[in-house]
Write a new protein. Sequence first.
Length: 55
Amino acid sequence: MEFKILLILLGLCCAILTAGFCGRSQRWGPWTMLIGISCLLILIMVIIYKLSRVV
């Protein structure tokens, strides 16, 4: 993945996490935060994998 795409996905994940935090008193809020956190962790995993590959 290109660095620009990763930054766009990172912004999208943060927006999902923020939306979930704003709706934390609603039924969908915690689930939305869980999705946002999962997206962030997956992106971190992809970045670490890309940086650790020996070519």
